[in-house]
Design a protein around this ligand. Structure first.
Ligand code: ZN
Length: 111
């Protein structure tokens, strides 16, 4: 995965507590001339829910896009081991064992 650089800033979504409308910062609100990629914080204070007309204060943060899965956050963790095939993992494990063995032997060699 190499989406990190190209991705826009992660923006939190806000849900209308009155009707359930979700403000998507990446989409904005074209009915109210809110351009794409506008954070909810940057939306004018007099902006209202386009569905039910609730005030901006009626919205609550429901987290960033795609956050329920936590999938994006997990990628790249574990030193990339999760992206290795089982065969590559075996090479890694046996390589580490061999290195440890060589280190062990070299300690003996010094004595
Ligand atoms: Zn609403």
């Amino acid at each position: 995965m190499s989406t990190d650089a190209a991705e826009p800033t992660v923006l939190d979504r806000y849900e209308c507590q009155t009707c359930g409308y979700i403000y998507e910062p990446l989409k904005g609100d074209d009915r109210r001339q809110i351009p794409e990629a506008t954070p909810f914080e940057a939306v004018p204070a007099d902006w209202r829910c386009p569905v039910c007309g609730a005030a901006k204060a009626r919205f609550s943060n429901i987290g960033e896009v795609g956050s329920p899965s936590g999938f994006k956050e997990n990628l790249g963790y574990g030193f990339g081991v999760n992206t290795l095939t089982p065969g590559q993992k075996n090479i890694l494990i046996f390589g580490a064992l061999a290195l440890g063995f060589l280190f062990f032997i070299s300690l003996y060699g010094l004595q």
